[in-house]
Design a protein. Structure first.
Length: 425
């Protein structure tokens, strides 16, 4: 996994260090007032590379024994507690600074630990991430799935545009509460399908635009729907793009992931979920709304294990699904191995499926983060195999991790009639 370079602190922190050494009265309070005004993390130009930025993460505390940065994928390899912050001697300021590309976007948490806290020596990365807290000096945040906690969000100055996502980042989200109040004209509703193929029933959300063009509506199907609909309000983003004429009138349908155990058991290249999507969900949607005839008007979207599910279902039901958006697909997945990531040294198992499955040509958008380790190389191998099998594939390597903060803008950019540049095969 590509780790960021740890660098010297921002000029603001260097000035504080000099002021403390010189014994200037009030220096620390002035520093924190400046930080509050600037917001965190602090971002400074790179002294030698105009395409990179020096990013300083801060914590204020006098009684902590340690503080760590838990950055989505940028610190996953830094140990169970992430990347340690240093305390500036004689102050309550803790810091760590990293060197990142100016297009980076991502989420992070901070993990402060005090004497007397539960011993975290045996804590795995996931447990550390759950124990982390949002940055109190960063007003931007993103919902955390199946949790009341949130992660702090940051985007550097050249981060890609996020079409349609003009929503309050810091608003609290309750999956069982009404949808966030945003400018939306379409109608959002919840449904329950029998879902026999996956041992249903299953909750489904839908967003239907007010336009009913004579030619019919496009269909967008999203896995991990509990995050996309209540958590992030993808309905509002799609609705705004439809209203702006950047996306054709589209019905968005999102499938509830239920919980961690159900998700792991169902998703991946598994027949039951593929059968549910192709043989139950799609016919249900076409019976309910005037979806345009033809596979090219159906887009299936998934992330992580859901990204692999979307690829597999598209290959299995290429007569009904014309487009797949696979974001950070779990290319380590194999039907004969435990559902845990591997180092990514081998070509993905799904490549063999691509090479041996006759299917109508799919339009595949493949997104992978620069900090996702072996998946970068594996996604290139997958793109080559998809192209060799006659599928149209566009692969984008973005500056970020395994993160809805990155996926949401990439999703709407892929739906946009004016898509952004990407590496093409």
């Amino acid at each position: 996994m590509a780790a960021p370079t740890i660098v010297e602190p921002t000029p603001l922190l260097r000035r504080l260090r000099q002021a403390i050494a010189a014994g200037e009265p009030g220096a620390l309070e002035r520093f924190w007032r400046d930080v509050e005004a600037a917001g965190t993390p602090l971002v400074a130009p790179h002294p030698h590379d105009p395409d990179r930025r020096l990013v300083t993460f801060l914590w204020r505390g006098e009684h902590e024994r340690s503080v760590s940065l838990l950055g989505n994928r940028i610190t996953d390899g830094a140990g169970r507690r992430g990347l340690p912050l240093q305390r500036l001697a004689g102050t309550d300021a803790w810091w760590v600074a990293v060197d990142l590309d100016a297009t980076h976007r991502g989420t992070y948490r901070l993990l402060p630990e005090r004497d007397g806290d539960e011993d975290a020596a045996g804590r795995d990365w996931a447990a550390s991430a759950r124990a982390g807290v949002p940055d109190p000096r960063n007003p931007r945040s993103l919902a955390v799935r199946w949790s009341t906690n949130r992660s702090s969000l940051f985007a550097l100055d050249r981060a890609p545009e996020e079409p349609g996502w003009a929503v309050p980042d810091g608003a609290p989200v309750d999956p069982d509460a009404p949808f966030p109040t945003t400018a939306r004209r379409g109608t959002v509703a919840a449904h329950e399908l029998p879902a026999a193929a996956i041992g249903g029933p299953r909750r489904i959300w839908s967003m239907v635009p007010p336009e009913r063009p004579a030619g019919g509506l496009e269909l967008l199907v999203l896995l991990d729907g509990d995050m996309w609909m209540p958590g992030l309000d993808v309905a509002g983003a799609v609705d705004r793009l439809v209203a702006a004429g950047r996306v054709p009138p589209t019905v968005a349908v999102a499938v509830d992931g239920v919980d961690v155990d159900v998700r792991r058991a169902e998703l991946g290249a598994r027949e039951p979920i593929a059968a549910f999507l192709a043989d139950e969900l799609l016919p249900w949607a076409r019976e309910r709304w005037p979806i345009v005839a033809g596979r090219e008007h159906v887009t299936l979207v998934g992330q992580s294990l859901g990204g692999l599910t979307a690829l597999h279902a598209g290959l299995r039901a290429g007569d009904r699904i014309g487009r797949v958006i696979a974001q950070s697909p779990s290319l380590w997945w194999h039907p004969d191995r435990p559902v845990v990531p591997t180092a990514g040294a081998d070509d993905p198992w799904i490549c063999g499926v691509v090479r041996t499955t006759p299917a109508p040509p799919l339009d595949v958008r493949l997104h992978v983060g620069r900090f996702e380790g072996g998946m970068v190389r594996q996604s290139a191998a997958l793109a080559d195999d998809l192209a060799a099998a006659g599928h149209a594939v566009e692969r984008t390597v973005f500056e970020g991790g395994h993160d809805f903060a990155c996926w949401r803008g990439l999703l709407t950019s892929a739906l946009d009639r004016a898509p952004r540049p990407a590496d093409r095969w």
